[in-house]
Design a protein. Structure first.
Length: 304
């Protein structure tokens, strides 16, 4: 999806960010299977805050009134996403069913297993749609796919560049915030560094409040963003198995790939990991179990 004044035939020339001859220097990818380092996360938070703040200000003021030949209404129409129906997400049930069985085998507390089962029935979908414009007090344009594989950094890791904006859309800015944290970190990391992420993001985001006619203290900001944390939980269940998967036959680009993915879910998550399992599969399972236990501890599996 691209924002353009008109549809033309031609070539789209893209920059090779890893080119050694790149004038600003080559950029490098980050390890998608590793937990995001704190210094990178702070760069991400600052970049997201700038992106969200600039668009929040523009949506309020439309200065300039036209971008790429589109006014506010046309731009929003171009980038809006349809709100999925609950039935559209039924494929995710195999993940929950698998983990209910795995948690039973691991003899985890029955209340945890029951909470997970209840969350699928009444909580998962509600949290997933909680950042759509219809459910949000604050709306801006977001990246939409903010995880570690869509960032490039310079060699000394002091600057960050985002790529893959195909999911750019109107949403609550907390969607990018929690998407990144639930897809690229784990509960221990979040316990130690969440406050730093809040502070880093707010420091930059708040600079746009006057232009956007917003009055929000740091405490108000944390309360507002924490009210959307459930989105990160639901999104984590959906994207962690996709992001840490390295099998090209397991993808969502074709029907066969989707069927293979569903079969993989059914066979993988119903039991604890064996010793000789692939490392990325072990990490996938660990992070999902970790997310379940963290969410239960925080009361996020209980419908609001």
């Amino acid at each position: 999806m691209m924002v353009a004044e008109k549809v033309d035939k031609g070539f789209l020339i893209m920059e090779d960010l890893k080119d050694p001859q790149r004038p600003q220097g080559p950029l490098k990818e980050l390890n998608k299977n590793a937990i995001c380092p704190l210094h990178i996360a702070k760069l991400v938070m600052t970049k997201l805050a700038i992106f969200h703040g600039v668009w929040l200000s523009w949506l309020k003021n439309q200065d300039p009134p036209i971008i790429a030949g589109l006014n506010k209404g046309q731009l929003i129409e171009t980038l809006k996403k349809s709100k999925r129906k609950k039935s559209d997400l039924k494929m995710c049930k195999v993940i929950f069913t698998g983990f209910e069985k795995q948690l039973t085998i691991l003899e985890r507390p029955p209340e945890l297993i029951q909470a997970l089962k209840a969350y699928w029935k009444n909580g998962f979908y509600e949290n997933f749609v909680s950042c759509f414009p219809q459910s949000s007090k604050y709306v801006t344009l977001i990246h939409g796919d903010a995880w570690i594989n869509n960032f490039f950094v310079n060699n000394d890791e002091t600057e960050i560049t985002f790529v893959d904006f195909q999911l750019m859309q109107t949403s609550h800015p907390a969607r990018d915030f929690w998407y990144f944290l639930c897809a690229s970190t784990d509960s221990e990391w979040r316990k130690n560094h969440l406050e730093t992420c809040f502070e880093t993001y707010y420091e930059t985001f708040s600079k746009y409040f006057t232009q956007a006619n917003i009055s929000m203290t740091y405490g108000d900001f944390k309360k507002e963003f924490n009210s959307k944390r459930g989105f990160g939980v639901s999104m984590g269940f959906m994207v962690i198995p996709i992001m840490l998967n390295e099998n090209p036959e397991l993808n969502f680009s074709e029907i066969k790939g989707i069927r293979n993915m569903m079969k993989f879910f059914k066979e993988t998550f119903v039991k604890p990991m064996v010793e000789d399992e692939a490392e990325n599969i072990k990490e996938m399972n660990r992070r999902l179990l970790d997310l379940i236990e963290e969410s239960h501890e925080l009361g996020l599996l209980v419908p609001k």
